[in-house]
Design a protein around this ligand. Structure first.
Ligand code: T5A
Length: 209
């Protein structure tokens, strides 16, 4: 069986970290050889670009700078981690990928979606995730969940920004059949059960096809 590319997406407080664990547990139980990685990041250099992107600078960060940082990190991540793993037949579980760029930089920062699409095709060619588990949650619920933690430069954005980010994800979900939208406003155990079920179904489809 060839490698498969699984991504998880969602706004801050949607429960991504918690649910990436469930996807990985399910793959392990199924005996699948996989790697777990994240964006921005996934290589030493890309992690440094992540730090630069999330740092709270004393100067305004231009939206285009932010966009190019995430695509620079992605180019490095693709060539050093994601493409080699898939070529070796491993599955890749990635915490965020280009849908996050459309949601945060496209819808959140209101950058030109056509320019994002040009960068997407330049950096990743035809490569797309095989399945994207999108954890959808109301921004007010999400805000309550992360209220106590120290916030990075993105997390201190205002409610309007996260409303647009959610609209961006939902627009992507309508446009791409690979999306599975999960109601992450439900209790954690229910969300985890759905993530497990969607992962099991995907493994079955991969094994039969
Ligand atoms: N970014 C990223 C861009 O702008 N463009 C891009 O192209 C890319 C790739 C990355 C940042 O970079 C931006 C987006 C981000 O701002 P990150 O680390 O991926 O940062 O993002 P975070 O959202 O901060 O990541 P986390 O992994 O911390 O995610 P969550 O979703 O906040 O998850 P988690 O699991 O820590 O949950 C938060 C809290 O909620 C609880 C959990 O127990 C935890 O306490 N919780 C629930 N409580 C009740 N019911 C549930 N269903 C719950 N689910 C979780």
């Amino acid at each position: 069986m060839s490698g498969r590319f699984i991504t998880l997406e969602g706004s801050e407080g949607a429960g991504k970290s918690t649910n990436v664990d469930i996807v990985c547990e399910t793959l392990t139980e199924a005996g699948i050889d996989f790697i777990r990685t994240r964006e921005p990041g996934g290589t030493p250099m890309a992690e440094t670009l992540r730090d630069a992107m999330l740092h709270k600078w004393d100067e305004d960060v231009d939206g285009i700078t932010e966009l190019l940082l995430v695509f620079a990190a992605r180019a490095q991540h693709l060539s050093h981690v994601i493409r080699p793993a898939l070529a070796a037949g491993q599955w890749v579980v990635c915490d965020r990928f280009t849908d996050a760029t459309f949601a945060y930089q496209g819808y959140g920062r209101e950058l030109d979606l056509n320019k994002l699409a040009v960068l997407e095709s330049w950096v990743q060619g035809q490569l797309q995730p095989d399945i994207t588990l999108y954890l959808d949650v109301d921004p007010d619920i999400a805000e309550q969940r992360i209220a106590a933690r120290e916030k990075d430069r993105m997390e201190v954005e205002q409610r309007d920004f996260f409303v647009r980010v959610r609209q961006g994800y939902l627009a992507r979900a309508r446009e791409h059949q690979r999306f599975e939208v999960i109601n992450a406003g439900n209790p954690l155990l229910e969300v985890q059960a759905e993530v497990r079920q969607k992962t099991v179904q995907f493994i079955r489809r991969a094994r039969s096809g």
